[in-house]
Design a protein around this ligand. Structure first.
Ligand SMILES: NC(=O)c1ccc[n+]([C@@H]2O[C@H](COP(=O)([O-])OP(=O)(O)OC[C@H]3O[C@@H](n4cnc5c(N)ncnc54)[C@H](OP(=O)(O)O)[C@@H]3O)[C@@H](O)[C@H]2O)c1
Length: 306
Protein backbone atom coordinates (compact mmCIF):
# COMPACT_ATOMS: atom_id res chain seq x y z
CA UNK A 1 0.00 0.00 0.00
CA UNK A 2 1.42 3.40 -0.96
CA UNK A 3 1.87 5.81 1.93
CA UNK A 4 1.09 9.21 0.45
CA UNK A 5 1.91 12.54 2.07
CA UNK A 6 -0.55 15.27 1.08
CA UNK A 7 0.33 18.78 2.25
CA UNK A 8 -2.47 21.34 2.51
CA UNK A 9 -4.87 18.56 3.45
CA UNK A 10 -7.34 20.98 5.05
CA UNK A 11 -7.58 22.93 1.77
CA UNK A 12 -9.99 22.53 -1.11
CA UNK A 13 -7.75 20.30 -3.19
CA UNK A 14 -5.99 18.56 -0.31
CA UNK A 15 -9.11 17.22 1.40
CA UNK A 16 -10.68 16.00 -1.84
CA UNK A 17 -7.40 14.40 -2.90
CA UNK A 18 -6.98 12.70 0.49
CA UNK A 19 -10.48 11.20 0.36
CA UNK A 20 -10.03 9.95 -3.22
CA UNK A 21 -6.58 8.53 -2.36
CA UNK A 22 -8.00 6.66 0.64
CA UNK A 23 -10.80 5.29 -1.56
CA UNK A 24 -8.13 4.13 -4.03
CA UNK A 25 -6.35 2.21 -1.27
CA UNK A 26 -3.58 4.64 -0.24
CA UNK A 27 -2.43 5.08 3.32
CA UNK A 28 -2.59 8.90 3.61
CA UNK A 29 -0.79 11.23 5.97
CA UNK A 30 -2.00 14.80 5.60
CA UNK A 31 -0.36 18.01 6.75
CA UNK A 32 -2.19 21.23 7.49
CA UNK A 33 -1.04 24.43 9.10
CA UNK A 34 -3.46 25.76 11.72
CA UNK A 35 -6.65 23.87 11.01
CA UNK A 36 -7.02 20.49 12.72
CA UNK A 37 -9.49 18.00 11.32
CA UNK A 38 -11.62 15.52 13.22
CA UNK A 39 -13.06 12.22 12.02
CA UNK A 40 -10.98 12.05 8.84
CA UNK A 41 -10.11 8.58 7.47
CA UNK A 42 -6.37 9.34 7.47
CA UNK A 43 -3.60 10.53 9.78
CA UNK A 44 -3.36 14.32 10.09
CA UNK A 45 -0.45 16.39 11.38
CA UNK A 46 0.06 20.15 11.80
CA UNK A 47 3.25 21.26 10.06
CA UNK A 48 4.04 24.90 9.29
CA UNK A 49 5.81 25.45 5.98
CA UNK A 50 7.18 28.68 7.40
CA UNK A 51 9.63 26.69 9.55
CA UNK A 52 11.92 25.75 6.66
CA UNK A 53 14.53 24.14 8.90
CA UNK A 54 11.98 21.75 10.40
CA UNK A 55 10.70 20.46 7.05
CA UNK A 56 13.39 17.81 6.39
CA UNK A 57 12.70 16.19 9.79
CA UNK A 58 8.94 16.41 9.31
CA UNK A 59 9.21 14.78 5.89
CA UNK A 60 11.41 12.02 7.24
CA UNK A 61 8.94 11.33 10.10
CA UNK A 62 6.06 11.11 7.64
CA UNK A 63 7.70 7.97 6.16
CA UNK A 64 5.93 8.61 2.87
CA UNK A 65 6.46 6.73 -0.41
CA UNK A 66 5.33 9.80 -2.39
CA UNK A 67 4.38 13.45 -1.81
CA UNK A 68 1.69 15.60 -3.40
CA UNK A 69 2.39 19.15 -2.30
CA UNK A 70 -0.89 21.10 -2.31
CA UNK A 71 -0.27 23.57 0.52
CA UNK A 72 0.12 27.23 -0.40
CA UNK A 73 -1.00 30.73 0.41
CA UNK A 74 -3.63 30.29 -2.27
CA UNK A 75 -5.73 33.35 -1.53
CA UNK A 76 -4.65 36.03 -4.03
CA UNK A 77 -5.43 38.98 -1.77
CA UNK A 78 -3.63 37.38 1.21
CA UNK A 79 -0.54 36.83 -0.95
CA UNK A 80 -0.70 40.40 -2.28
CA UNK A 81 -0.83 41.78 1.25
CA UNK A 82 1.96 39.53 2.61
CA UNK A 83 4.46 39.14 -0.24
CA UNK A 84 7.30 37.86 1.96
CA UNK A 85 5.10 35.18 3.50
CA UNK A 86 3.87 34.23 0.02
CA UNK A 87 7.45 33.82 -1.21
CA UNK A 88 8.41 31.79 1.86
CA UNK A 89 5.45 29.41 1.67
CA UNK A 90 4.82 29.26 -2.08
CA UNK A 91 8.39 29.42 -3.39
CA UNK A 92 10.99 28.49 -0.77
CA UNK A 93 9.17 25.71 1.10
CA UNK A 94 8.39 23.67 -2.07
CA UNK A 95 12.08 23.81 -3.00
CA UNK A 96 13.09 22.47 0.43
CA UNK A 97 10.49 19.67 0.32
CA UNK A 98 11.40 18.71 -3.25
CA UNK A 99 15.09 18.58 -2.33
CA UNK A 100 14.36 16.21 0.57
CA UNK A 101 12.05 14.04 -1.56
CA UNK A 102 14.86 13.69 -4.13
CA UNK A 103 17.28 12.65 -1.37
CA UNK A 104 14.78 10.01 -0.17
CA UNK A 105 14.22 8.90 -3.78
CA UNK A 106 10.43 9.33 -3.60
CA UNK A 107 8.16 10.91 -6.25
CA UNK A 108 7.18 14.55 -5.68
CA UNK A 109 4.17 16.25 -7.25
CA UNK A 110 4.09 20.02 -6.94
CA UNK A 111 0.78 21.80 -7.44
CA UNK A 112 1.06 25.04 -9.40
CA UNK A 113 -1.42 27.28 -11.17
CA UNK A 114 -2.78 28.50 -14.50
CA UNK A 115 -2.13 32.04 -13.24
CA UNK A 116 1.56 31.84 -14.08
CA UNK A 117 0.40 33.10 -17.52
CA UNK A 118 -0.66 36.69 -18.17
CA UNK A 119 -3.94 35.75 -19.85
CA UNK A 120 -3.40 37.89 -22.95
CA UNK A 121 -3.53 35.00 -25.46
CA UNK A 122 -5.17 31.90 -23.98
CA UNK A 123 -4.66 28.36 -25.25
CA UNK A 124 -1.52 28.05 -23.11
CA UNK A 125 0.80 25.08 -23.53
CA UNK A 126 3.29 23.89 -20.93
CA UNK A 127 6.27 25.52 -22.64
CA UNK A 128 4.62 28.91 -23.28
CA UNK A 129 6.33 31.80 -21.53
CA UNK A 130 4.89 32.54 -18.07
CA UNK A 131 4.27 36.18 -17.13
CA UNK A 132 2.67 36.31 -13.69
CA UNK A 133 0.50 39.35 -12.94
CA UNK A 134 0.33 39.40 -9.14
CA UNK A 135 2.32 38.38 -6.05
CA UNK A 136 0.54 35.04 -5.71
CA UNK A 137 1.31 34.08 -9.31
CA UNK A 138 4.92 35.31 -9.03
CA UNK A 139 5.45 33.25 -5.89
CA UNK A 140 3.89 30.16 -7.51
CA UNK A 141 6.12 30.52 -10.57
CA UNK A 142 9.14 30.85 -8.27
CA UNK A 143 7.91 27.68 -6.51
CA UNK A 144 7.83 25.80 -9.82
CA UNK A 145 11.38 26.93 -10.56
CA UNK A 146 12.63 25.97 -7.08
CA UNK A 147 11.10 22.50 -7.39
CA UNK A 148 12.55 21.90 -10.88
CA UNK A 149 15.97 23.00 -9.71
CA UNK A 150 15.89 20.87 -6.53
CA UNK A 151 14.37 17.78 -8.15
CA UNK A 152 14.39 17.61 -11.97
CA UNK A 153 12.37 14.36 -11.81
CA UNK A 154 9.47 16.04 -9.97
CA UNK A 155 6.04 16.52 -11.55
CA UNK A 156 4.85 20.13 -11.70
CA UNK A 157 1.07 20.07 -12.15
CA UNK A 158 -0.56 23.35 -13.14
CA UNK A 159 -4.17 23.24 -12.02
CA UNK A 160 -7.42 25.16 -11.61
CA UNK A 161 -10.41 23.51 -9.98
CA UNK A 162 -13.65 23.82 -8.02
CA UNK A 163 -15.49 21.61 -5.59
CA UNK A 164 -16.80 21.25 -2.04
CA UNK A 165 -14.47 22.48 0.71
CA UNK A 166 -14.30 22.13 4.48
CA UNK A 167 -15.08 25.83 5.02
CA UNK A 168 -17.94 25.67 2.51
CA UNK A 169 -16.77 28.92 0.93
CA UNK A 170 -13.42 28.20 -0.76
CA UNK A 171 -14.35 27.57 -4.37
CA UNK A 172 -16.08 29.46 -7.16
CA UNK A 173 -18.68 26.68 -7.28
CA UNK A 174 -19.49 27.30 -3.62
CA UNK A 175 -19.70 31.06 -4.26
CA UNK A 176 -22.38 30.54 -6.90
CA UNK A 177 -24.12 27.70 -5.03
CA UNK A 178 -24.25 29.52 -1.67
CA UNK A 179 -25.58 32.76 -3.13
CA UNK A 180 -28.03 31.35 -5.68
CA UNK A 181 -29.50 28.84 -3.24
CA UNK A 182 -30.28 31.76 -0.91
CA UNK A 183 -31.85 33.73 -3.77
CA UNK A 184 -29.02 36.30 -3.77
CA UNK A 185 -27.85 38.11 -6.94
CA UNK A 186 -24.22 37.81 -7.98
CA UNK A 187 -21.95 39.03 -10.76
CA UNK A 188 -20.37 36.62 -13.23
CA UNK A 189 -17.31 37.72 -15.19
CA UNK A 190 -17.71 37.26 -18.93
CA UNK A 191 -14.10 38.06 -19.84
CA UNK A 192 -12.42 35.84 -17.24
CA UNK A 193 -11.83 32.51 -19.00
CA UNK A 194 -10.57 29.33 -17.35
CA UNK A 195 -10.55 25.55 -17.77
CA UNK A 196 -11.47 24.20 -14.35
CA UNK A 197 -11.63 20.57 -13.29
CA UNK A 198 -13.89 19.26 -10.55
CA UNK A 199 -11.59 18.67 -7.55
CA UNK A 200 -12.28 14.94 -7.30
CA UNK A 201 -11.61 14.50 -11.04
CA UNK A 202 -8.36 16.41 -10.60
CA UNK A 203 -7.50 14.21 -7.61
CA UNK A 204 -7.99 11.04 -9.66
CA UNK A 205 -5.83 12.45 -12.49
CA UNK A 206 -3.03 13.38 -10.09
CA UNK A 207 -3.04 9.86 -8.60
CA UNK A 208 -3.03 8.37 -12.10
CA UNK A 209 -0.09 10.58 -13.11
CA UNK A 210 1.75 9.51 -9.95
CA UNK A 211 1.13 5.84 -10.73
CA UNK A 212 2.55 6.42 -14.24
CA UNK A 213 5.64 8.20 -12.86
CA UNK A 214 5.09 11.34 -14.94
CA UNK A 215 7.73 13.99 -14.46
CA UNK A 216 8.14 17.48 -15.86
CA UNK A 217 5.44 20.13 -16.27
CA UNK A 218 1.85 19.23 -17.21
CA UNK A 219 -1.44 21.08 -17.51
CA UNK A 220 -4.16 19.43 -15.40
CA UNK A 221 -7.16 21.34 -16.73
CA UNK A 222 -10.56 20.58 -18.20
CA UNK A 223 -10.51 19.86 -21.91
CA UNK A 224 -12.99 22.75 -22.24
CA UNK A 225 -12.79 26.43 -21.32
CA UNK A 226 -15.54 28.84 -20.33
CA UNK A 227 -16.05 32.21 -18.70
CA UNK A 228 -16.77 32.51 -14.99
CA UNK A 229 -20.23 33.79 -15.94
CA UNK A 230 -20.85 30.70 -18.05
CA UNK A 231 -19.58 28.56 -15.18
CA UNK A 232 -22.16 30.11 -12.84
CA UNK A 233 -24.92 29.52 -15.37
CA UNK A 234 -23.84 25.89 -15.87
CA UNK A 235 -23.91 25.35 -12.11
CA UNK A 236 -27.32 27.03 -11.75
CA UNK A 237 -28.76 24.77 -14.47
CA UNK A 238 -27.26 21.59 -12.98
CA UNK A 239 -28.60 22.38 -9.49
CA UNK A 240 -31.96 23.76 -10.66
CA UNK A 241 -31.15 27.26 -9.34
CA UNK A 242 -32.18 30.61 -10.84
CA UNK A 243 -29.55 31.59 -13.41
CA UNK A 244 -31.17 35.02 -13.90
CA UNK A 245 -29.67 35.98 -10.51
CA UNK A 246 -26.26 36.07 -12.24
CA UNK A 247 -25.46 39.39 -13.89
CA UNK A 248 -22.88 39.19 -16.71
CA UNK A 249 -20.20 41.84 -16.08
CA UNK A 250 -16.61 42.59 -17.07
CA UNK A 251 -13.90 41.71 -14.53
CA UNK A 252 -12.97 45.42 -14.39
CA UNK A 253 -16.42 46.09 -12.89
CA UNK A 254 -15.73 43.67 -10.02
CA UNK A 255 -13.66 45.98 -7.78
CA UNK A 256 -11.17 43.17 -7.14
CA UNK A 257 -8.22 44.00 -4.91
CA UNK A 258 -5.69 41.96 -6.89
CA UNK A 259 -5.04 42.03 -10.65
CA UNK A 260 -5.94 38.76 -12.37
CA UNK A 261 -5.00 37.28 -15.72
CA UNK A 262 -8.09 37.17 -17.93
CA UNK A 263 -7.88 34.51 -20.63
CA UNK A 264 -6.41 31.44 -18.96
CA UNK A 265 -7.80 28.89 -21.41
CA UNK A 266 -5.20 26.17 -21.76
CA UNK A 267 -4.06 23.30 -23.92
CA UNK A 268 -4.08 19.84 -22.29
CA UNK A 269 -2.76 17.67 -25.15
CA UNK A 270 0.45 16.76 -23.30
CA UNK A 271 -1.40 15.22 -20.35
CA UNK A 272 -4.03 13.63 -22.58
CA UNK A 273 -1.29 11.90 -24.58
CA UNK A 274 0.66 10.83 -21.49
CA UNK A 275 -2.42 9.31 -19.85
CA UNK A 276 -3.77 7.97 -23.17
CA UNK A 277 -7.29 9.24 -22.51
CA UNK A 278 -9.21 12.47 -22.77
CA UNK A 279 -9.67 14.77 -19.77
CA UNK A 280 -13.08 15.59 -18.26
CA UNK A 281 -15.14 18.39 -19.80
CA UNK A 282 -17.36 20.92 -18.04
CA UNK A 283 -20.51 18.76 -18.07
CA UNK A 284 -18.77 15.75 -16.49
CA UNK A 285 -17.34 18.03 -13.78
CA UNK A 286 -20.71 19.62 -12.99
CA UNK A 287 -22.31 16.18 -12.89
CA UNK A 288 -19.66 15.06 -10.37
CA UNK A 289 -20.19 18.18 -8.23
CA UNK A 290 -23.96 17.58 -8.23
CA UNK A 291 -23.79 13.83 -7.58
CA UNK A 292 -21.36 14.28 -4.67
CA UNK A 293 -23.62 16.98 -3.23
CA UNK A 294 -26.51 14.53 -3.37
CA UNK A 295 -24.33 11.89 -1.66
CA UNK A 296 -23.72 14.34 1.23
CA UNK A 297 -20.08 15.28 0.53
CA UNK A 298 -20.63 18.96 1.43
CA UNK A 299 -21.98 18.07 4.86
CA UNK A 300 -19.32 15.37 5.40
CA UNK A 301 -16.53 17.90 4.77
CA UNK A 302 -18.08 20.52 7.09
CA UNK A 303 -18.12 17.90 9.85
CA UNK A 304 -14.32 17.51 9.58
CA UNK A 305 -13.79 20.96 11.13
CA UNK A 306 -12.86 20.39 14.74
N1 LIG B 1 -8.27 26.94 -5.76
C1 LIG B 1 -7.92 26.99 -7.05
O1 LIG B 1 -8.75 27.05 -7.97
C2 LIG B 1 -6.47 26.94 -7.44
C3 LIG B 1 -6.14 27.36 -8.73
C4 LIG B 1 -4.84 27.20 -9.17
C5 LIG B 1 -3.89 26.64 -8.33
N2 LIG B 1 -4.22 26.30 -7.06
C6 LIG B 1 -3.18 25.69 -6.22
O2 LIG B 1 -3.71 24.48 -5.71
C7 LIG B 1 -3.17 24.24 -4.41
C8 LIG B 1 -4.30 24.01 -3.44
O3 LIG B 1 -5.13 25.17 -3.39
P1 LIG B 1 -6.45 25.20 -2.49
O4 LIG B 1 -7.40 26.12 -3.16
O5 LIG B 1 -6.85 23.83 -2.18
O6 LIG B 1 -5.88 25.93 -1.19
P2 LIG B 1 -6.65 26.32 0.14
O7 LIG B 1 -8.04 25.76 0.15
O8 LIG B 1 -6.50 27.78 0.34
O9 LIG B 1 -5.80 25.55 1.26
C9 LIG B 1 -4.48 25.90 1.49
C10 LIG B 1 -3.83 24.81 2.30
O10 LIG B 1 -2.46 25.15 2.52
C11 LIG B 1 -2.22 25.14 3.93
N3 LIG B 1 -1.28 26.18 4.27
C12 LIG B 1 -1.40 27.51 4.05
N4 LIG B 1 -0.36 28.17 4.59
C13 LIG B 1 0.44 27.23 5.15
C14 LIG B 1 1.64 27.29 5.90
N5 LIG B 1 2.23 28.45 6.18
N6 LIG B 1 2.17 26.13 6.34
C15 LIG B 1 1.57 24.95 6.09
N7 LIG B 1 0.42 24.84 5.39
C16 LIG B 1 -0.14 25.98 4.95
C17 LIG B 1 -3.56 25.39 4.59
O11 LIG B 1 -3.54 24.92 5.94
P3 LIG B 1 -4.57 25.55 7.04
O12 LIG B 1 -5.94 25.18 6.57
O13 LIG B 1 -4.23 24.86 8.32
O14 LIG B 1 -4.34 27.02 7.04
C18 LIG B 1 -4.47 24.58 3.68
O15 LIG B 1 -4.43 23.23 4.01
C19 LIG B 1 -2.29 25.44 -4.09
O16 LIG B 1 -0.97 25.12 -4.40
C20 LIG B 1 -2.79 26.52 -5.02
O17 LIG B 1 -1.77 27.45 -5.31
C21 LIG B 1 -5.48 26.46 -6.58
Amino acid sequence: MTRLLITGVSGLLGINLALVAVEEGCDVVGWSNRRSLKGVPFEQQNVSLEELSSLPGALQSAKADAVIHCAAIANLDAAQQQPELARLVNAQAPGVLACEARKFGIPFVHISTDSVFDGSEGGYREDDLPNPQNTYAQSKLAGEQAVRQAYPGALVARVVFYGWSISGTRSLAEFFFNNLSQGKSVNGFTDSIFSPLYARDLAALLLEALSKNLSGTYHFFSRESLSKYEFGVALARRFGLDESLITPVQTSQGNLLTTRSLNLSANTDKLKNALAHDLPGIKEGMDGLFEDYQKGLRKRLADFLA
